[in-house]
Design a protein around this ligand. Structure first.
Ligand code: R5P
Length: 292
């Protein structure tokens, strides 16, 4: 039965207090819809505005690589320390428990593998409906700026952005580097800005010289990939420098799951991302955990 008495008694309208207005803690995203902000807040911790993503989507073009032979064993044990899990629908559905309830950064482009001459030919490999079924917090699309596949990959990106905008699912444009793509500041300045201008709500890229300029020129958050396996201290330095120079997140794969102690490493990277640990401090913390 309707609560007529409650309605009549309503009186606390706080007419002297203006309605709360919040500044959203994700760069460039003040004007997006509520649903998109909700998803972005699952990726970027609302307190720190930063994100640690664990990337384990490598199998979509590399097959089983070291550290990812068994995703159910290698990755699940690391999930609790990260904000988002970046993987393919095949890996996540089969090998990650939905009870972890972490943000999913769903890899939605694919199309070539290490068995082909170059890995720059991709298509959209996941329908938007399946991304919704996966409860994706964002969709990741690889782009190949400066290659013969530039146009196709940007076409993939804008189609995913448009589909994502219909349902308030953010898209992460991924800047690929490879055989035919230079790793210069000039290249990253161009590529990151282009993906943001095309509508990507976040951009995944690599760390480079003058990264502060790359970050300043990109109106959406930059998430920096770890790249090939480095000694732990160097990987922590990479993460620290990227964040100090304007990155909003770290999307690290091999430097975590191929570490001599992946659990200690993921915890150390999380300290750099969310608690501003210096690389030295985080490395000491890594050693402490490793030796336990
Ligand atoms: C590249 O696009 C891969 O799909 C990975 O997501 C990315 O490179 C991050 O992983 P890693 O830190 O191993 O480079």
């Amino acid at each position: 039965m309707a609560d007529l008495i409650g309605n009549k008694e309503a009186k606390e309208y706080y007419v002297d207090i203006p309605q709360a207005r919040s500044q959203f803690n994700v760069k460039g995203m003040d004007n997006v819809d509520w649903g998109m902000k909700d998803r972005l807040s699952r990726i970027f911790n609302p307190k720190t505005g930063r994100s640690l993503m664990l990337a384990f989507d490598h199998g979509y073009f590399m097959g089983s690589t070291r550290g990812l032979e068994r995703i159910d064993i290698g990755i699940q044990s690391l999930a609790e320390d990260v904000d988002a899990l970046m993987g393919t629908r095949g890996a996540i559905r089969t090998s990650i428990s939905p009870t972890f309830n972490k943000a999913v950064a769903l890899r939605v482009s694919a199309g070539s593998t290490m068995a082909s001459e170059d890995i720059i030919r991709e298509t959209i490999a996941v329908d938007i409906e399946d991304a919704i079924r996966m409860n994706a917090s964002c969709m990741a699309v690889q782009t190949f700026i400066g290659t013969e596949e530039e146009r196709t990959s940007l076409d993939n990106l804008v189609k995913v952005i448009d589909a994502g905008n219909r349902y308030s699912i953010p898209t992460m444009g991924v800047v690929a580097v490879g055989k035919s793509m230079e790793r210069t500041t000039r290249f990253f300045l161009l590529a990151t800005r282009v993906l943001a201008e095309l509508g990507a709500q976040m951009v995944k890229t690599y760390y480079c010289d003058d990264f502060d300029k790359v970050a300043a020129a990109c109106p959406v958050p930059l998430v920096v990939a770890g790249g090939k396996k480095l000694p732990e201290k160097e990987a922590l330095e990479l993460a620290y420098n990227a964040l100090q120079n304007g990155a909003a997140g770290i999307d690290m794969g091999r430097n975590i799951f191929q570490s001599e102690d992946p659990k200690a490493m993921v915890k150390a990277v999380a300290k750099v991302v969310h608690e501003n640990f210096t690389a030295e401090h985080a490395y000491e913390y890594f050693l402490e955990l490793k030796n336990k």
